[in-house]
Design a protein around this ligand. Structure first.
Ligand code: PRX
Length: 644
């Protein structure tokens, strides 16, 4: 790994400022975070920086604040009132530019709309919207009145949407008639209609008009936003919320079939994100910051909405697909808006890499100062391509490791503190306040160069405050594997400079093109297909997406293993989970390899799917199941070869 260390390393080593900050942050965490919290506006100061009753944390206990006030109102009291908050670009090329004062007007009016519809503090609001300005506006409006939002990624199907709405018990659903994706209209309204048939708690739905498609409006339930806005008040007092008041609930995959509602509070979450976006991205009010993620994931929550707006920066929000109308759409956007900081995923970088260097070369990318990567391991080749072709060997790359649960960045280079040596493929060092450690199966620190499990040994302000409606799951998933330590589920290794290298998940969670998907959730979806008796889903390495989905299925007797059935299963997965959950390969098999205790041996299936040796099978209950899986794999490969 050291061969790839870039030449600018020795110049700045050791990092004195960072080292001093890091040491102090862990020795005197309360003092350290209290200083950071001064960067926000509080309606009432906290009584105690941290109340820690493991594993339950209450950061800035007794303090009162409002996220909408911190991201919007406070800027309108400065020169920033007339500066850009949001540069929005629709896929067809239409644009909207919102200053902080326009954002203020919109957020207040939408908050009033919500209140007039009966939404009050503590009520949950589900947001199922395309990447249009109304998405951050609704999030901030919810925050203003203390109604936690649940954003559901617009790529989820009706069933997945309904499951999340029902789990959170949302009172209201906000959707749009549609959104543009690769030149087509994604009909979100019809998807919402199907979902609402299954959601008894939702009595009202607000519909944003984005596209021209016809939609059915249900009398008494559905209201156009533009009609409601006509009667909205211009000002809604921001609620002075307890620091731990839930800002949002965001669903993510775990190791069971049921997605987890990760709950984030207000004060700790904002302090963490405000601080870390300064250290990592050197974010300032003059930055033009573009995070290409979808707001439907945590990256979108922290990196598109809360952190940059709390800093008073300008964000870029792009509705559509990166390759529409051509593969240089993103580079065109960077040039058009003079983006200074660009943050994306390794999958996107690998996709662009495959298309050639000529595309970014067509554009003037000289405004860029810093680049970021998130969501999955970035391979050194992709890192270097990004560094050379997008950053033009001028911009540092921050490879940021974090999770939905951590709320904000945890391990990353920190050029905002001081320049630092980078190593392609390493997320480098933990941020101040993050007590990251790599441990063995017994919870003891591993030696340098040895692979182990990544844990966090002290609470941090951005940490989740719980799993919605399931305190036991919170304790069990994160705090029971190693008592007193937060279990991340990731493998990692530290090199001789103390740099962290992330090595992927240790559990049954997959990362497909950076999307987090639990295999159990997919297997549950698969067996809801009438012809499937049993299924196992594994990941196999994919050059662009990092991993792709492979599904082994045992079908009912008498059903034919046909290409038609394969297509039918694919459609079923698209319908029950979403387009991003469609398997790359489906293998029919007469049995699934299991241990004697009945656990599916995914390691074996993974090897079969990747065409590798299956290794030790001594714990296997029935050897013939492996042979059946291999036979199915070989059969499919042969059929594919013959087709070619
Ligand atoms: O496995 C790690 C991977 O993404 C997981 C968290 O996924 P999610 O909750 O969807 O949040 C993603 C965006 C913050 C982690 O457990 N991961 C995230 N960032 C990195 C990463 N793996 C390697 N390097 C990263 N920079």
């Amino acid at each position: 790994m050291d061969d790839l260390t870039l030449p600018f390393e020795s110049k700045y080593f050791p990092r004195k400022k960072y080292a001093e900050m890091y040491r102090r942050s862990l020795e005197k965490p309360e003092e350290f975070w209290a200083e950071q919290a001064q960067n926000l506006d509080w309606f009432k100061p906290w009584d105690k920086v941290l109340e820690w009753n493991p594993p339950w944390a209450n950061w800035f206990a007794g303090g009162r604040l409002n996220a909408s006030y911190n991201c919007v109102d406070r800027h309108t009291k400065t020169w920033r009132r007339s500066k850009v908050a949001i540069y929005w670009e629709g896929e067809p090329g239409d644009t909207r530019v919102l200053s902080y004062s326009t954002l203020y007007t919109e957020v207040n009016k939408v908050a009033s709309v919500l209140k007039k519809l009966g939404v009050s503090k503590g009520d949950k609001v589900a947001l199922y919207l395309p990447m249009i300005p109304e998405l951050p506006i609704f999030m901030l409006a919810c925050a203003r009145i203390g109604a936690p939002h649940t954003v559901i990624f617009s790529g989820f199907s009706a069933q997945a949407l309904a499951d999340r709405i029902n789990d959170v018990g949302a009172k209201i659903l906000v959707t749009a008639n549609g959104g543009y994706r690769r030149g087509k209209v994604l009909n979100l309204k019809s998807m919402s209609d199907d979902a609402l048939d299954m959601c008894p708690t939702v009595k009202t739905s607000i519909v944003v008009s984005r596209t021209d498609n016809e939609v059915k409006m249900k009398e008494g339930r559905d209201f156009w936003l533009h009609d409601l806005m006509k009667k909205a008040d211009a000002y809604v007092e921001p609620e002075a919320l307890e620091s731990n008041h839930p800002l949002y609930i965001l669903y993510t995959s775990g190791t069971t079939g049921k997605p987890k509602g990760i709950v984030h509070g207000t004060g700790g979450y904002l302090v963490h994100n405000y601080s870390t976006y300064g250290w990592v991205f050197d974010l300032k009010e003059e930055s033009v910051y573009w995070c290409s993620a979808d707001v439907g994931w945590v990256t979108g929550h922290s990196s598109i909405v809360y952190a940059p707006l709390a800093h008073g920066a300008a964000i870029v929000l792009y509705e559509g697909s990166p390759d529409y109308p051509a593969i240089d759409r993103w580079w065109e956007i960077i040039e058009k808006y003079g983006v200074t900081i660009f943050y994306t995923s390794p999958t996107a970088i690998r996709m662009f890499m495959g298309q050639g260097e000529e595309w970014p070369k067509k554009h003037d990318l000289s405004s860029l100062e810093l680049l970021g990567s998130v969501g999955e391991v970035i391979n050194p080749e992709a890192w270097l391509w990004y560094y050379r072709n997008i950053g033009q060997e001028r911009c540092p790359i921050v490879d940021t490791w974090w999770q939905t649960e951590t709320g904000g960045i945890m391990i990353s280079p920190t050029p905002g503190i001081e320049p630092m040596p980078l190593k392609p493929g390493s997320a480098t060092l933990p941020l101040p306040g993050v007590a990251a450690e790599i441990v063995d199966e017994d919870g003891n620190p591993v030696k340098t160069g040895e692979r182990g499990l990544l844990v966090i040994k002290q609470p941090w302000p951005g940490m989740l405050v719980g799993v919605y409606g399931d305190p036991e799951r919170y304790e069990k998933s994160y705090w029971s594997r190693f008592p007193g330590m937060y279990f991340t589920g990731d493998y990692a290794v530290k090199d001789q400079d103390g740099y962290f290298w992330l090595l992927g998940r240790s559990d049954e969670i997959l990362k497909i093109a950076g999307h987090r998907i639990g295999t159990a959730e997919l297997e549950d979806a698969a067996i809801s297909h009438p012809d499937i008796i049993e299924s196992a889903v594994v990941g196999k390495p994919d050059r662009i997406k990092g991993e792709s989905l492979v599904m082994f299925v045992k079908i009912r007797e008498g059903v034919n293993e046909s290409a038609e059935l394969r297509k039918n299963i694919t459609d079923h997965m698209r319908k029950t989970v979403g387009a991003f959950a469609v398997p790359g390969d489906i293998y029919f098999t007469s049995a699934l390899p299991k241990t004697r205790s009945g656990k599916i041996m995914r390691r074996v299936l993974k090897a079969v799917a990747s065409g590798e040796e299956v290794g030790d099978l001594s714990t296997l209950e029935d050897q013939s199941a492996v042979e059946a899986a291999i036979k199915s794999y070989q059969g499919l490969k042969k059929a594919e070869a013959e087709k070619k």
